[in-house]
Design a protein around this ligand. Structure first.
Ligand SMILES: Nc1nc2c(ncn2[C@@H]2O[C@H](COP(=O)(O)OP(=O)(O)O)[C@@H](O)[C@H]2O)c(=O)[nH]1
Ligand SMILES: [Mg+2]
Length: 356
C-alpha cells in the first residue's frame, strides 16, 4: 500500500534532516542562559498547587522547566531558506503522487508554519523532528476518521447505510466486506440488493451474502431499487436486525437518471449514512468524483477500495480534506477480511514507516 509515496517521503525526510543539520552546524544555537536568567528572575514565588493556582501563576513553573530543558538540548531557529528546498521537493512528491493541489498546499503550509521562525529543539535525531512535523501536517489534513461501530451504537435500529458510487469501483464487494466486519463485531445485518440494473448484479451480492450467512432482500432485475431497499428496511424492523446495507448500481452513462434514482432511494429508504465508494487507484479522479457526488446527492463518508493496488496514496490523503467528509474504510484486497477501518494515525504511521 502506497509504496511509491512511502519511499519518496523517506528521501524527503533525509533531505530535510540534512538541511536542518547543516543549518544547525552553520549557526550555533543562541545562548540559552539569557532566557534561563529571565526565567529565574520571574520565579520568586514558592511552588503552588495546580488546582488552586490561578491561570497566570501556573504558567511560571512550566516556563522555568522549559528553559532548563533547553540547556541540555541543541536548539535552532530555522529560516525559510533552510527548508525551502526540501519543502519544494515535498510539494513535487505530493503532487506526483496524486495528492490534490489544495491539500498539497495545506500540507506544505503546515510544515512551513511548524518549522520556520520557530525555536526547534533538536534531540538525538533530527529525523525525529522532521518525522513529527510531517506526521502532524498529514494528520491535520486527514481529519478524524469515523468508526462505523460507534456510529451504529449511538443510533436507533435499524441503522441504514447506503452505498453509492461509480460502477466497477468495488461497491458490491465493499457491502459484503462491511457486512462481514459488522457481523464479526456482533451486529446483525441484512443486505438490500439495490443494483437491479442487471440480473448478474443481484446474483453477485447474493453469492457473497450466502457465503457470509447474511440475508439478502432482492427483487427481479429491472425492479425499482427504492422498492427493494424499502423492503430491506421493513425486513430489518420486523426481525430486529441492527444494520441494513444497501447496494446500488452506479451506471454513469445517464448521469441524470442515476442521480434521480439515488434521490428517490434517499427519500424512500431514509439512510442514516450515505457512503461514497471509489477506488484509491483512481487518484485525483476519485477525489474529484467524490466531491461531485457529495454536491449532487450528499455523502457522509467515503470508502476507498483497491488501496492494495495503489502505490501513490494521493486519494487517501486528499479525499477527506477535499470533500469535508471522513474516510470510513480502506479496501485492501479481494477477500472478505481485506478491509481496514480508516484511522488517520495508523495510515500516517504506515506512510512514514514508523511504529510510533
Ligand atoms: N484488489 C482489490 N480489488 C477489489 C477491492 N474491492 C473490490 N475489488 C475488485 O473490484 C472488482 C469490482 O468490484 P465490484 O464490487 O463488483 O464493484 P461495483 O461495480 O462497484 O459493485 C471486483 O473484481 C472486486 O473483486 C479491493 O479493495 N482490492
Ligand atoms: Mg456492484
Amino acid at each position: 500500500m502506497f509504496d511509491s509515496l512511502k519511499k519518496k517521503l523517506q528521501n524527503i525526510r533525509t533531505q530535510f534532516a540534512s538541511n536542518i543539520e547543516e543549518a544547525a552546524g552553520a549557526e550555533p544555537a543562541p545562548p540559552v542562559t539569557e532566557g534561563f536568567e529571565e526565567a529565574q528572575a520571574a520565579e520568586p514565588e514558592p511552588p503552588v498547587f495546580e488546582e488552586e493556582a490561578p491561570e497566570k501563576e501556573r504558567e511560571k513553573p512550566t516556563l522555568f522547566k522549559k528553559v532548563k530543558v533547553l540547556v541540555r538540548e541543541r536548539e535552532i531557529l530555522l529560516r525559510e531558506k533552510d527548508v525551502e528546498e526540501p519543502l519544494f521537493e515535498l510539494e513535487m512528491v505530493l503532487l506526483e503522487n496524486d495528492v490534490a493541489l489544495p491539500v498539497t498546499d495545506e500540507i506544505i503550509g503546515r510544515m512551513r508554519r511548524d518549522l520556520v521562525g520557530q525555536h526547534k529543539k533538536i534531540g538525538s535525531s533530527v529525523d525525529d523532528l522532521v518525522a513529527s512535523t510531517l506526521r502532524s501536517a498529514l494528520c491535520g489534513v486527514l481529519g478524524d476518521g469515523l468508526d462505523l461501530r460507534d456510529f451504529i451504537e449511538g443510533r436507533e435500529r435499524p441503522v441504514k447505510v447506503l452505498f453509492t458510487g461509480v460502477n466497477g469501483t468495488g461497491k458490491t464487494t465493499t457491502v459484503a466486506k462491511v457486512g462481514n466486519y459488522l457481523q464479526k463485531n456482533g451486529f446483525s445485518v441484512v443486505i438490500g440488493a439495490g443494483d437491479t440494473y442487471r440480473a448478474g448484479a443481484i446474483e453477485q451480492i447474493r453469492t457473497h451474502a450466502d457465503r457470509l450467512g447474511i440475508k439478502v432482500i432482492q427483487h427481479q432485475a429491472g425492479a425499482d431499487p427504492s422498492a427493494v431497499l424499502f423492503d430491506a428496511v421493513q425486513y430489518a424492523k420486523a426481525h430486529d436486525i441492527d444494520v441494513v446495507l444497501a447496494d446500488t448500481a452506479g451506471r454513469f452513462h445517464n448521469r441524470a437518471n442515476l442521480m434521480n434514482q439515488l434521490e428517490k432511494i434517499r427519500r424512500v429508504m431514509k439512510p442514516d449514512l450515505v457512503v461514497y465508494v471509489d477506488e484509491a487507484v483512481a487518484g485525483n479522479d476519485a477525489v474529484i468524483r467524490a466531491d461531485e457526488f457529495n454536491k449532487a446527492v450528499g455523502t457522509d463518508a467515503v470508502v476507498l477500495t483497491k488501496a492494495d493496488m495503489d502505490p501513490k496514496g494521493g486519494a487517501a490523503i486528499s479525499v477527506a480534506h477535499t470533500v469535508g467528509k471522513p474516510i470510513l474504510f480502506l479496501g485492501t484486497g479481494q477477500g472478505y477480511d481485506d478491509i481496514i477501518p480508516f484511522e488517520p494515525r495508523v495510515v500516517v504511521n504506515e506512510l512514514l514507516g514508523d511504529e510510533a
